[in-house]
Design a protein around this ligand. Sequence first.
Ligand code: HAM
Length: 416
Amino acid sequence: MPDTIKAIRGMKDILPPETGRWQRVEAIAREVFDLYGYQELRLPLLERTELFARSIGADTDIVAKEMYTFPDRHGESLTLRPEATASVVRAVLENRLERGPGVKKYYTIGPMFRYERPQKGRYRQFHQINCEALGTDAPELDAEVILMLMDLLKRLGLTRVRLLLNSLGCPECQVDFKARLSLFLAGKVGWCPDCQRRRETNPLRVLDCKSQHCQDLIKKAPVLKDCLCEACASHYARVQELLKEFQVPYEENPRLVRGLDYYTRTAFEVAASGLGAQDAVAGGGRYNGLARDLGGPDLPSIGFAIGEDRLLEVLPTEVGQGPNQKVFLAALGGAARERAFRLLQELRGQGLAAEMDFEDRSLKAQMSLADRLGAAHVVILGDRELEQGQATLRRMADGEQQQVPLDRLAAVLSGD
Ligand code: HAM
C-alpha cells in the first residue's frame, strides 16, 4: 500500500467542531466591523514578490527569510502573501478606492503564509482578521481603530490581554533616531550575523531581532520616544489622551518596533496570557508613507491584524457552541423511511437542521447515531404511527416523549 499523504509541516487542517468556533468568531468580527463602517475585501493569495519587498522591507525577517516565493511558468516571481496590508493598499490603489471624501475602511479575513519555525502559536499557514482604515492622519482614527480592536476582543470573551503602545515617529524623526542608534550599535560587539548587516542597512531592525543575545545588547539602546518631532509627539499624546478618555488600559513600550518596515507614528500590539512565547494575538499601526511607496497618492492610514489561530487558542471554549437544535429522524420500516425522507426536506425547508439514517439500522443503533450527531430531538417514525399520521418526539436531554401529529411537527420543534 502506498504511504498516505500528510499535510505540509506548519500547515494544519481545521476540523469540526473547531470550524464552528472559527465561524462564530468571524461572525462576531463581521458584526463589529459593520458597526464601525468597515467593508469586506476578498483579495488574491498570490501577489507579485515586488509588492512585499517594497512595502514590508527587504531587511525584515519576513522578506529576507520567510516568504514562499517561486517563479510561475513564465518566470515571473510570485509570493504567497505573508500579510494583508500590502495587498489591501495595492487593491485600493489599483481600483481607485481611495477617491472621494472620508476615511475608507476595509477588512479582510484569510490565510497568510510565512516560512517560520513551527511551534505552539506559530504556523506556516496561519489566518488573520485584518482591518485597514485609509485616508487621514487624525489621531482620533488611531484611537477608534484601537477601540474597535479592544471592543471586538471583549465581545469574544478575551479579557486577560495587555495593549502595548509606542510611536515610531515620522521619517524625519527616524533620521535622528537612526543616527543615535547606529552610534550605540557601533559601540557594542557580539551581534548575530543578521544584526551585523542590519547595523549598516537598517539599524531599526536590530531592535526587532529575535536572538536573545541581541535583545540583551540593546537593553540600554536609545528609544524612539526621545527623538519624536513636535508634530509626532503631540499626535502620540492625543492618541493616549483618547485611550484614557475611553478607559482603554495600555502600557507604553518604547521598544516596540514591529516586524515590518512600513510603520510610522502609532504602533501597537495586544498580548494575551496563556499563549506562551508567541503571545501577540494582534498587532498593527500607522503606515502613512506606504501608499506613496507603492506609487499612489499621499494616503495616511492605520490598521491591525488579529492572529486568528492564536485567538482561537486563548478564547473560552464555549465560543461557537450555541444551543444545538438538530433533529434526528429515526424511521423503522420501508414506508416510514420514505415518509421520513420527505419530512427531512420539509423540516429543513422550515429552517430546522435535520438528519436521518439511510441504512435501515435498528432503533437502538439510530438512537446512538442521533446521540453522536448531538441531536436535541429525535422523531421516531414507525409504519403503525405513520398510519395514524403521528410520530413520537423524544427530547434527548431528559428522555421526555410525546405523540405529535406529523403536520404539527415543525411547529412543535420550533417551539410555536
Ligand atoms: P504581524 O504582527 O506580522 O502584523 O501579524 C499580526 C498577527 O498575526 C500577530 O500578532 C500574530 O497573532 C499573527 N501571526 C503572525 N505570524 C504568525 C504565525 N507564523 N503563526 C500564527 N500567527 C501569526 C501584520 O501582519 C500587519 N500586516 C498588521 C497590520 C495591519 N498593520 C497594519 N495593518
